[in-house]
Design a protein. Structure first.
Length: 64
């Protein structure tokens, strides 16, 4: 599983256009992150860690 797939997993059923602002990115940027075109910034990684309680290691590698 890729970084983008793990971000997509965390997003769940929430729409990209409503989830993206909570990460400080646009829907387009979130789409690129989920497709693996754009790497998430450290700020996005920290927000995901805080919001979902997942270690950054897991988001990046899939290993906790």
């Amino acid at each position: 599983m890729s970084i983008g797939q793990r971000v997509r997993q965390l997003r769940g059923q929430q729409r990209q256009d409503s989830f993206a602002p909570s990460l400080g990115v646009t829907q387009s940027q979130l789409s690129k992150i989920e497709r693996g075109v754009l790497a998430p910034s450290i700020e996005v990684l920290l927000l995901l860690k805080d919001r979902f309680g997942k270690p950054i290691d897991w988001i990046l590698t899939g290993h906790e």
